[in-house]
Each structure stands twice: as C-alpha cells, then as structure tokens.
Design a binder for this molecule. Sequence first.
Ligand code: F6R
Length: 625
Amino acid sequence: MYTVCSIIAYKGYRDAAPLIVKALSRMEYRGYDSVGIATAHNNSTIMVKKGVGNVGYVNSRLNLDRMHGRVGIGHTRWATHGVVSDINAHPHVSCDGRIAVVHNGIVENYAALKYALASEGHVFRSDTDSEVIAHLLEDAFTEPQSDEEEMLGKLVNVLNLLNGSYSFVALVSNGMLVGARYHEPLIIGLTNPSKDDGDDGGDDSILYADECFIASDVLAFIEYTDKAVFLADGEAFLVRYADASKQRVMVKIFDRNGNVTNKEITQIAWEFADVDKGRFAHYTLKEIHEQRYTIGKAFNASDDRLRELINVLINADRIIVTGSGSSYHAALIAKHLFSKLCMLACDAIVASEFIYSIDTYANNAGKPLLIAISQSGETADVLNAVRIARGKNFRIASIVNAPLSTLARESDIYLSINAGPEIGVAATKSFTAQMALLYRMSIEASRSNGMNPLTLDIGSSNIYVDKILGMEAYISDLAESIKNVNSIYIIAKGIHHVIALEGALKLKELAYVHAEGIHAGELKHGPLALIDGKSIVIALNPMDDTYSDVLASIHEAKARGACIIGVSDSRCNMYDFTLEIPRVDRLLYPLYEVIPLQLLAYHMALKRDCNPDYPRNIAKSVTVK
Ligand code: F6R
C-alpha cells in the first residue's frame, strides 16, 4: 500500500491543531481521501483523531481543530493501493500509545518488518506500510526521556531498516518531534530563527526558533514564515523546546551517520503565499485567467542561467526532453521547436518510459543533455528518469515552477517558469508558461546557433488571452449543449497534435469525459469507424500549413454526421461551433489554442457536477512511481 500524502507538524507557542487543520486544507491539492491529527498535551498521552473524507468534512465531524496541545502532527492520505478507511488513515500509533507517526511514501520492505515486529508481540491495527515506523520507533525509544544523542543514534538505526521512499514525522509523548526524509519532500519552516540561543560559544549547527513547522510543501506554513530549511535525502531531525521556559524550540538536523549537519536557512519567495481563490469560484478558473500575465512572465525570464542553458543546449550531442502528463506534452512541444526551428537533434520521452529507451541515447559518444520538465519538481517518474540519466553521464537541466524542489536541486542547471503556485490539480497556467519559456529558449538557441534568429512577438499575449477569456460565456453554453456526450475526438496536425493531446487530457481529468487527441490524417485509418451523428469532433485548425489537410479530415467527420467544433482564427461553414483564437505568428498558435480547450473542460466539469479543482483519483504532486 502506498500513498501520495501531505504531512504537517508543528511545535511552538500556539495551539497546534487549528494551524494543522488549515495547513492540511492548503495542501489538499496534493490529493486526499482521509485525514488525521495527533497532538500531545502537557507531555502526557498522545491524542489521535482521524477519518475518511476531506479536511473540512472530517474536521466538522471530529472537531480536529479543537484538540489541545502546542505540538502536533497532521496528515492527508491519498491511497493508490488498498482500501480507504478510518483505520488506515494516519497518524498510526505504537502499541504503548507513546509514539504517533505520519508518513508519505512507501516502505517497500514493510511486510518483512511487520512480520518480525508482530512475532515480537507488536499488535498492528492498520493494513498500511506506514504503521511499521511507529512500532520500530517504539522499540527504539524504550525510554523517551533518554539522552538526546542516544535517541539520534536509535533513530538512525530505524532509518537503516527502512527500504523505499519516505518522509515521516513522529510525535513522541514527551512532546518531541523526530523524523526524516528520503526521496519524498519535507521542509522545515522556522519563525524568527537563529543559529544559536544567545549564549556565547553556541553550536552553529543547532537551529533555534520561536516555532517550527515541518511540511510536505511550503504552502502549509508560508503565512507564518518565509524562512525554511530544506532537508536533503537521508537527513533526519529532532525538535524539542530549547529550555524549560518553552519560549523557543531547538532543531537538530543530522545525516544518515548520525552527524549533526550545519544547514542554511533559505528565504522563500513570498509570492508562494498567493494561494487564495480571489473572486474566482475555483483555483482552476483563477489559474486559467492568470495566463494573461504568466505567459509573458515565463517568456521574459532573463538571467544568467538562461544564457548558460542555451550554451549547454546548442553544444549538446543529443537532447532528450522528458516529463509526465502535461509536462510531457510540453516536452513534445520542445521537440518540435528545437528540432524544427533550431536544427537541434532532440527527442521527447515520457518519464515513466525513460528506462526502456535511454540506452540507445546513452551509447552515443559525447555528453548528452536531459531536460526534465515538471511543474512541481517532485514527480517521482521524472526524478527517476533524472537519476537514471545521471548514471548514464547525461548533463541534467530542468524547467520547474518550484525552484526549491527536489528536481531543481538535483539538476546541474534549472530555469523557473515563475507561474506562481498552481493549486488546481490540472495543469493550466504551468503548461502555457512551460511553452512560453520553450519559445524563448528556441529564439535564443537559434540566435546563438548562428541561424536566422526567430522573432516571435509575445508582448501582446495578455490581449490575446483576454480575447479568448471573453468567450467564456459562449464556451459555458457550448459545454451545456454537449455535456452528455460520451467521447470527444480532437484532431490536429503537426505541432497542434500536442495541443490535441493536452486538450483531451484536460477533458478526461476535469470533466471525466473520454477524449482522444488524434493526428487528423489518421482519422481515415481507423478512428473514423467510431464517428456518427452523436460524435463531437474538435478540430484545431489555424491558418497555417496544416489548414487544408485538417479541413479534409473535417469533411470526413462531417459526412458521418459529427458535430464539429473548430478552434481557428478563421471562420468556416463546416464548423457547428467556433472557438476563435487570435491571428498570431503561426509558430505561436499552440500557446493560444489550448486556452479554449481548458475553458471547455472546466465548464464541462461544472455542468457534469465534477469538482474541477480536485478531480477524483488523481493528485497534483505524484511522488510515487
Ligand atoms: C495534467 C496534470 C498532470 C501533471 C503531471 C506532471 O493536467 O496536471 O498530468 O502534468 O502529473 O506533474 P509535474 O509537472 O508536477 O511533474
């Protein structure tokens, strides 16, 4: 059983529970099916409340936010295997009730550990892999008041028993928090931090603060502090009050050998705090509208890193671009732009398939380049591809929206799309921002490659996006009229086929409608058999060199009675509905074609009673393979 989950822990001078509930709601975009909290009050027994549902629902049922204690841990679970149940919700508690654990990731050897622990008399209450951590810590911390150094050593011993990926935090009944991270994110936020407690001769490697937050995402604590410490893979930590006055907390971070490490305190950009829906009904709609400026912002990225990456790009023997989902679609756009416009040998490989094709490229002489594209920078498939490529002598570059993410940290060089937090589970503004940055890279690469530099005017993107957003009422009506359709086929040619794939992905995940992106020329080679009077065919048909061929395919579909929705900058009597896009430089059409499809998917979701922000069964940040 493994999960994509959110973790938050708090120790400080405030009541932990209300703050934990709020943080969990902020991280709900990561996926959830059950929620739980544990707190410790006055160094006594640990209290746990947990149940199935979203944060708001479980809180209203169990009053999570009224639990007492200034130290606590919270968790939202998103099960990918195994049942969703109250018992399987985190936290999990040791037999003696002294230790509660929240965990994200998978303990791959949990069955063997569970068997050994059960033979020693440990009683397991859940079916999860995570529960073994609580029992292992129970054995390790036989005496929780014992010497801190001894606890660190014992925690390291427990970590050495765990195979797989994890980030976890354990609440010990004496009020301490301990935990670790390995291949799953965990970030420590500190209010008013310092590196010593004011005494001369303080130890620089120990951190002191008024409060300590430990979370899967900075969004969980950004409203309280912009100071954070990023744990490296394999690092562990211990948090306790600095002294008996309980005014400050003390944080010790140590490596997998038990040596205390001296960590930098990082300043996080405050723009991460922009996580309110504002006037919009949903984050997804807000983020679709934000494209009026996020496209320009990503395109205008101008820094030394861009120049450095272009230099690496034009000198690479071979370029592979990878990503998952929408970010893979951006990788396909990169392939079109780099190969066609910059004459650079480039391929796109979906991250989860990377391992099956990489040997062909790795056997080439010279230094190949991998460009990994990921909004979150935490997608396990992408990180896995990067680690494989690293082992094959690739140089690693990445394009991320989260510059503090694992992917950015593991890359030789990264560029940020600067799109601000994307909370809606479906990628919208991050996809167009990725494309905008790829356009910019193509311009710079063609210039540096001594070719005729491309000139693309993206300066008016806000006006063009506004024009498309102006069609929203029309698109909402269109969504109403086609809401009961079973399948939607999106046909396109050339680079536009990538947008057909992306539009189909949006329709599937937001509106739960079966949708397919099809090469227009392939319609007659099979899919046409599906087309009849009930079919909806969306044709991406801008006025470029693909226009007349796509029109031929439209005729084929129309002749079988399909309803045709044309996405185009020119009107045509073959269309039953027209989603008009602006007439722009022909290379830029993909950037604008996708926006009406995002709006259509969003409005179809509403008409079909689906929650567009949190589609069923999928999570925003997929940190498991
Ligand atoms: C689709 C979507 C997902 C992500 C994919 C990769 O709307 O959101 O397909 O694109 O999970 O996520 P990142 O870009 O964070 O690696």
